[in-house]
Every structure is written in C-alpha cells, then in structure tokens.
Write a protein that binds this ligand. Structure first.
Ligand code: NDP
Ligand code: 2IT
Length: 446
C-alpha cells in the first residue's frame, strides 16, 4: 500500500497538471518508490515535502518568433521550468524537438532534481526547450531561432542562477548561438551554459560524458552479475550524442555494438559499428542512419525504430527518447537472453517494460542514475569556468568515472537499506529524494 502522503501528492499533481501524461508517469515512477522512505522519516510527511517538491519553483513559457530563410515569420513556444534549487543553481538541458510540450519539460525537470542530487554535486533541477525542429533547417535559421529564444531566456539564467545545456536537438552548434546572444545581452563572458565549444569555455570530455558515464555505470551492473564487456553483444538505440559515445566506449571495452537507430529506422551491423562512419553520417553530415547502411557492406537497414529490440543482445542501452522501449520490446529482449538494460535516455522504458525487465531478473539501471554523467560533467565545466582553467581529458574522465561509481554505490546501498537489494530504481529514487528532502527541511518553508 502506498503511504497516504504519496496518494495525496499524486492526486494533487494530476488535478493541477491535467493531460501531462509524461509528467504523471515520471512522478509515479519516483513516488511509487518513496513510501518506505516516508515511513522511516515521518518528519518529511509533516513538512509536506512531497507536495512542495512536485510543484516547480517557477515555470517560464514564452513566444519565440523568427524569420525563416524565405522571409516568412515562424512562431514557436519556449519553456524553462526551474523545478528545485535546494542543492545548487538550477541545472538541466534544453530540448528542441517538435514533440516538446509543457508536460515534457516538467517530466524532464522533475527527473533532473533527483539525478543531480545523485551526482553529489551542488546543482538543482531544471529543464527547458522548445517545439522548434532543427531537422532540415539551415544554420542561419537555427541561429535566428536561438537568438530569439535567448532574447527572453537571458533574464532568467546566469552562472549562479540557472545554467542550461544541451539535450535532444541541442548540441554544440545551438549552444554556440545561444551563448553568443547571451554574451551580447549580458555583456558578460560567464559559464551560463555548458556543452560549450572547447575554444570558448567548454570542457574536454563533456561531449563524451553521458555515453561514457552510462557505460561506467553499466560496467558495475555487469560486475554485480560477474560479467564484463569483452565479447558481449550490445544494442544501442538512437545515434545522437548519448548513443554514439556509449557505443564507442562499449566497443573500446571489448563489446560489439550490433545495432543503432534514429527516428526513421535501425541498422543491424553484425560485425560491430564503425564509430568513425557513424560520426561522419550523424555528427558531420546530419544525415539519416540509412546512409550508414548504404556506405558499409554487410549492414541491414530496417525502417521503423522499435524493431531494434528484437535484435539479440546481452546488453541493451536505450539512448534515444522517452517511452521508446515498451512491454513488447522488453519481452523481445528477455526472450533473446538479454541480461542488462541501462537507460541512457530519460525515461526510455515504459512502466510495463520496467516491470517486465525486473520480473525476469534482468539488471535494470534507471536513467536518473545511469545517464547522470552528462550533467555531472557539466558541473565540472562550471568548475573549470570559475577557476578560469581547462583540465585535461583524462582529468575530467577520471572524475566522471569516480562520480559514476559513487552513484552506483549510493543506489545499491539505498536498495539494500530499504530491503530490496539490487533494485536500482528504488535505490536511485530513495537516495536522491532523501538528499533533496533533507536540504528542503534545513532551508525552511519557501
Ligand atoms: P540527440 O539529439 O543528439 O540524439 C537523439 C537521438 O534520438 C537521435 O538519434 C534521434 O533520431 C533519436 N530520437 C529523438 N527523438 C526520437 C523519437 N521521438 N523517436 C525515435 N527516435 C528519436 O540527443 P541526445 O543524444 O543528447 O539525447 C538522447 C537522450 O538522452 C534524451 O532522452 C536525452 O534527454 C537524454 N540525455 C541526454 C544527455 C546529454 O548530455 N545530451 C544527458 C542525459 C540524458 P532523429 O535524428 O531521427 O531525430
Ligand atoms: O538530461 C540531462 O541530464 C541533460 N540533458 C544534461 C543536462 C546538463 O545540464 O548537462
């Protein structure tokens, strides 16, 4: 039975945020784990921590108007949800994708609170973005959009206030245009954004960090089953920033990544992905993944992205988007003998998929723990900006590695403490929540 405070908070959230199904799903995922924590800390119930935590500190929504290359005015909607800054300045990415709605940003911002808490670093939770679709837009169109977006956002962000970064559809190009406009408006060169280019305040290893961190986390999941990467078959969905560097690191550790995807379809490459070719297709040319199949022998291309889960593998790393791996996908993975599923994307597994994976005794690593290496390395970028220094690749990568080990240890220990050893969902939610709740108690009713 859920604790009554959980039921009250969830009912309030649904009533106040009608129709925001992704936010409901993300909140359920956390709140369903929290009852034993509330039993242990009744003071959190008295202080109504849950009801306070599910209501964002601030929700910013604005019009973004810009001219396309044909001179036609275009209108998009911009968002920034500053969810909770009890542990540090707001921190979280910006997503540019046509599917972005208020509820999408709320779900991502809510996840970010606990993820950032798990890193052990001083960062609060936020997320932002727009329903703008960069696909097929020229660099000039992307620049004009970014400049218009920052024209409003700049009032709400700052190196000690709120520090956005990239997410789907926002990479170094977009961060560059956003940074240029911020600098012009604020007359200040500060660490207001992370994921910056290496020549202008970026951190080495930030681009690789989410994917590498995911593999470091999954290494611990494998070790708990007395397994290692060498010789394993891996399926990685997506072919963006997180997917490419997860695939690269897994292969460097001796695994064979046999399938990757984009929103149009997936490729099956039984010999293991050629990372150089994949980067050329997706990063340099911004082409479709079908081009990879056309340029390498022995590769199959299949239209439609969900079929990727029927490719036999030992480890599955969903790294594209929310709800991309459903109950059927999970059943296919289980039937083919998959042992470990670790989330590189935010909430890529549906609740049915997570239940099926856990019931079949596969190891499951939730995104808020497994993909926290990106935001953790963003904090390392902020630290370098404050110091006016740039650390070496290895320095950053070593710190990332130990942060991921620390996150895994916290999740495993919290799962033990709350009586479900190996349940990293419970562990991540409980460990993240306790930190945030304690800090909220200390800072009073605000
Ligand atoms: P990118 O934009 O670099 O790549 C996204 C990839 O996912 C592309 O291959 C894209 O295909 C695919 N994709 C996007 N939307 C859909 C969709 N609706 N259906 C199927 N495929 C889709 O983004 P990132 O790699 O940065 O982000 C991927 C995931 O990782 C997201 O969930 C993000 O929130 C999460 N994440 C990112 C972090 C980061 O540091 N970047 C940190 C932690 C989590 P296509 O090109 O066809 O659209
Ligand atoms: O989901 C995420 O953690 C990110 N998109 C990265 C956020 C960040 O601030 O680096």
């Amino acid at each position: 039975m859920p604790h009554p405070a959980v039921e009250q908070a969830m009912a309030g959230l649904i009533a106040r945020n009608p129709g925001e199904s992704e936010f409901h799903q993300a909140a359920h995922e956390v709140l369903d784990s929290i009852s034993p924590v509330l039993e242990k800390y009744p003071e959190f119930v008295t202080a109504r921590i849950l009801d306070r935590l599910i209501e964002p500190d601030r929700q910013i929504m604005f019009r973004v108007a810009w001219f396309d290359d044909a001179g036609v005015p275009q209108v998009n909607r911009g968002f920034r949800i500053q969810f909770n800054n009890v542990l540090g300045p707001y921190k979280g990415g910006l997503r540019f994708h046509p599917s972005v709605k208020l509820g999408t940003i709320k779900f991502l911002g809510f996840e970010q609170i606990f993820k950032n808490a798990l890193t052990g670093l001083p960062i609060g939770g936020a997320k932002g973005g727009s329903d703008f679709d960069p696909h097929g837009r020229s660099d000039n169109e992307v620049m004009r959009f970014c400049q218009s977006f920052m024209m409003e956002l700049f009032r709400h962000v700052g190196a000690d206030t709120d520090v956005p970064a990239g997410d789907i559809g926002v990479g170094e190009r977009e961060i560059g245009y956003l940074f240029g406009q911020y600098k012009r408006l604020a007359i200040a060169f500060t660490g207001v954004l992370t994921g910056k280019g290496l020549l202008w305040g970026g951190s080495l290893a930030r681009k690789q960090a989410t994917g590498y961190g995911l593999v470091y986390f999954a290494t611990r999941m494998l070790a708990a089953r007395r397994m290692e990467w060498h010789g394993l078959r891996v399926v990685v969905s997506g072919s963006g920033n997180v997917a490419i560097y997860a695939a690269e690191k897994a292969q460097r550790l001796g695994a064979r990544v046999v399938a990757m995807s984009d929103s149009g379809g997936y490729i099956y490459d039984p010999n293991g992905i050629d990372i150089g070719l994949m980067r050329s297709v997706k990063e340099d040319r911004r082409a479709r993944i079908s081009a990879y199949a056309a340029e390498r022998t022995g590769v199959e291309y299949h239209a439609g992205c969900t079929g990727i889960w029927s490719v036999p593998c030992d480890v599955a790393l969903p790294c594209a988007t929310q709800n991309e791996l459903d109950g059927d996908g999970a059943q296919a993975l289980i039937a083919n003998g998959c042992k470990v599923v670790a989330e590189g994307a935010n909430m890529p597994c549906t609740p049915e998929a997570v239940r099926a994976i856990q019931a079949a005794a596969l190891s499951f690593g939730p995104g808020k723990a497994a993909n926290a290496g990106g935001v953790a390395t963003s904090l390392l970028e902020m630290a370098q900006n404050s110091q006016r220094l740039q650390w070496t690749f290895d320095e950053v990568d070593n710190k990332l590695h130990s942060i991921m080990n620390g996150i895994y240890d916290q999740c495993a220990e919290a799962a033990d403490d709350f009586g479900e050893p190996g349940n990293l969902v419970l562990g991540a939610n409980a460990a993240g929540f306790v930190k945030v709740a304690r800090a909220m108690m200390a800072q009073g009713l605000v």
